[in-house]
Design a protein around this ligand. Structure first.
Ligand SMILES: Nc1ncnc2c1ncn2[C@@H]1O[C@H](COP(=O)(O)OP(=O)(O)OP(=O)(O)O)[C@@H](O)[C@H]1O
Ligand SMILES: [Mg+2]
Length: 248
């Protein structure tokens, strides 16, 4: 059976080392199209490293990554085309020193969308993240939570097939956390966007995820449906982490 319709990302034998230190090892993992994968684990477990590798910002020391049924191409243009099908929102939002609207429109302009479509889509996304009245404000004057929402808007406006989120709600108040979570579920149900979300908030992981990955000391200790892992984790490390007993 051709399984490329269901497996959007396939990983095998992935190892990442910085110097001689191994920071990530994922022997085998398939990400199903249309899934929301929560990535949990203590600080330093390799979560951000994993997302950066998935976004092709960093290269694995060993191993193979396939997207949409094909290995990552080595030709720069083909790699860029693949990269443009995914978007990442970083743990520390990095915005350009320009207005909020220009930040959101930037990616569409770079991809050659018409001015009209860029304007329409940017405004609509700004409205969705609750920042429609702040389009003209300089991004560097935004609060932490507002900046995080602009970072998300910049990703959403490009309608990626894969959305990689690194603690996107870490600086948000409860109302904005809810707004963001409902946007993520909306994108996933409406556009079948495949989402991988790193979160320190286990309640959030429970609310959003269909699948769950538990990383610990650079290893993928446990993976499975979120429901199964929260109900009956197979590994003691996973259990102690989700029960809040892990000391690290
Ligand atoms: N460029 C780098 N050079 C050397 N070591 C690095 C580099 N990037 C990350 N590391 C190390 O790799 C390990 C994993 O880091 P990573 O940022 O992926 O953790 P994390 O799970 O995202 O943690 P947190 O929850 O604190 O964000 C850490 O020990 C970190 O110090
Ligand atoms: Mg991190």
């Amino acid at each position: 059976m051709n399984n490329t319709n269901t497996e959007i990302i396939a990983i095998s034998g992935l190892i990442k080392k910085y110097g001689s230190k191994e920071v990530l090892r994922v022997d085998k993992l398939n990400v199903r199209r249309g899934s929301i994968t929560g990535i949990i684990g203590p600080s330093g477990a390799g979560k951000t490293t994993f997302l950066r590798i998935l976004n092709l910002l960093d290269t694995p020391t060993k191993g193979e990554l396939c997207y949409f049924g094909r290995p990552v191409p080595s030709a720069p243009e083909a790699k860029l085309t693949l990269q443009r099908r995914m978007m990442m929102v970083f743990q520390k939002p990095a915005l350009f020193d320009m207005s909020v609207s220009d930040n959101v429109a930037f990616g569409m302009r770079a991809r050659g969308f018409s001015a009209r479509e860029t304007e329409e889509r940017s405004q609509s996304v700004l409205k969705k993240v609750g920042l429609e009245s702040q389009g003209r404000q300089r991004a560097k004057t935004l609060s932490g939570g507002e900046a995080q929402r602009v970072a998300l808007a910049r990703a959403l406006v490009l309608e990626p097939e894969i959305l990689l989120l690194d603690e996107p709600t870490a600086n948000l108040d409860p109302a904005n956390v809810e707004l963001l979570e409902s946007m993520i579920t909306f994108l996933n149900s409406e556009y079948k966007t495949t989402v991988l979300i790193v979160t320190h908030n286990l309640f959030q992981a429970r609310r959003l995820s269909t699948e769950l990955l538990f990383l610990y000391q650079g290893r993928l200790v446990e993976e499975g449906t979120a429901h199964r892992i929260f109900q009956s984790p197979r590994h003691e490390e996973t259990r102690s982490f989700i029960e809040g007993r892990m000391i690290y």
